[in-house]
Each structure stands twice: as structure tokens, then as C-alpha cells.
Design a binder for this molecule. Structure first.
Ligand SMILES: NC(=O)CC[C@H](N)C(=O)O
Length: 199
């Protein structure tokens, strides 16, 4: 039995690390740069990078509208860091006109942890992830400023949600692809399988 085909948006960011983590949990990773490639996946990862740049590239590659439509149609998507921002319905401290995909009923604050703690690492208990805490790497990360009632908060740093799920949409402010621990990817692949689009 082969695993679900999981696309990784490959316009910017750490695509290779996500591919490795997805393979480790039995999925088949494929790079996505075009709408036709998007149409052929069972789930999609939006990697970190710069959300403003990725948003602009989504327009250039004519992927923004197809992605919005895919999310509305129920495609499972996992956004990390900049990918979390792209899944938000609104962003605080974003650039004016920064394109978002939306889908997750949340407002995020971009670069929320500020300059002093630009990047940091912390061990986090994440709901839905068994075993020891997840070692979470934050790099100029956002946090969730406001979340709707149907958004499940899976982990927090201080008071701020940094991992959330709403139906088939999963988002983390941290970078689970950088630590060699593929449990967040396993959680996403389980979401893809149970959403019915996994083959
Ligand atoms: N590591 C990251 O993805 C950083 C996100 C970046 N600060 C942004 O606003 O998009």
C-alpha cells in the first residue's frame, strides 16, 4: 500500500526538510508549483519562509485562487510559520495587501515574538502528539492573536496559541521539519488519511 501524495508548496522555503519528514511517516512528497500539480495531491504543506514573498509568488504562479478553492473544497493543508500566516483570515503587522489563502478562522500576529527573541527553541506539549514533548524551533515566528470557537488550540507558548487545528487544516508557528522528529508530520498524514482523500 502506498501512502498519500502530499504536495509541498515549492516556491520558497525548506522544501527538502519537509519532504524528508513526510517520507519518514510513509507519505509520498511531491513538489507543487503549478495548479495542475496542486490538483493531483491528497494534502499540502506550506513551508516557512517569508509570507509576503510566498504570497506574491502565489499570484505570479497563478496559484492563489486555486489554493483558496482547494481549501474551501476541503483539501488538508499544514502550514508552518509563514505557512501558518498564509492560512489565517487576517494578519496583524503584515504588509498592506499581503495575499493570504485563508481557511483557518484565526488572526495571526506576524513576527510576534519581537526582536529580542527573534529565534528560540522550547519543548512543547502538543495535543494529539504522543510521547515526549515536541522540541519546537521558532524563527521570526507568528502567534495566534485571535481564534474562532471551532479552532482547536494544540499548544501554547505562554498564553499564545502556536499550534492549531480546524478540521483538515493544521498550523504551527514553529518548524517541525528542522528537528528530525516527524510526529507533527505524522499527525498531518493521519488527518489526510482520515479526511478520505488519502489513497
Ligand atoms: N520562519 C518563518 O517562516 C518566518 C515567517 C516570517 N516572519 C513571515 O512573516 O512570513
Amino acid at each position: 500500500m502506498s501512502g498519500p501524495r502530499i504536495g509541498i508548496l515549492a516556491l520558497q522555503g525548506d522544501v527538502r526538510e519537509h519532504a524528508r519528514a513526510l517520507s519518514a511517516v510513509g507519505a509520498r512528497p511531491v513538489e507543487v508549483r503549478r495548479a495542475a500539480e496542486l490538483a493531483a495531491v491528497d494534502g499540502l504543506v506550506l513551508p516557512g519562509g517569508e509570507s509576503t514573498t510566498i504570497g506574491r509568488l502565489l499570484r505570479v504562479f497563478e496559484l492563489l485562487e486555486p489554493l483558496r478553492a482547494a481549501v474551501v473544497a476541503g483539501l488538508p493543508v499544514f502550514g508552518s510559520c509563514a505557512g501558518m500566516i498564509l492560512l489565517a483570515r487576517d494578519v496583524v503587522d503584515g504588509r498592506p495587501d499581503q495575499p493570504l489563502i485563508g481557511g483557518l478562522d484565526m488572526v495571526v500576529r506576524r513576527n510576534a515574538f519581537g526582536r529580542q527573541v527573534d529565534s528560540f527553541e522550547v519543548d512543547l506539549d502538543v495535543d494529539g502528539v504522543e510521547g515526549p514533548p515536541v522540541h519546537a524551533v521558532f524563527i521570526r515566528a507568528p502567534w495566534v492573536e485571535k481564534a474562532g470557537d471551532t479552532v482547536e488550540v494544540l499548544a501554547r507558548v505562554a498564553e499564545a496559541p502556536v499550534a492549531v487545528r480546524q478540521g483538515p487544516l493544521l498550523a504551527t508557528a514553529f518548524h517541525p521539519e528542522l528537528t528530525g522528529d516527524s510526529r507533527m508530520h505524522r499527525l498531518f498524514v493521519d488527518i489526510v488519511r482520515s479526511s478520505g482523500s488519502g489513497r
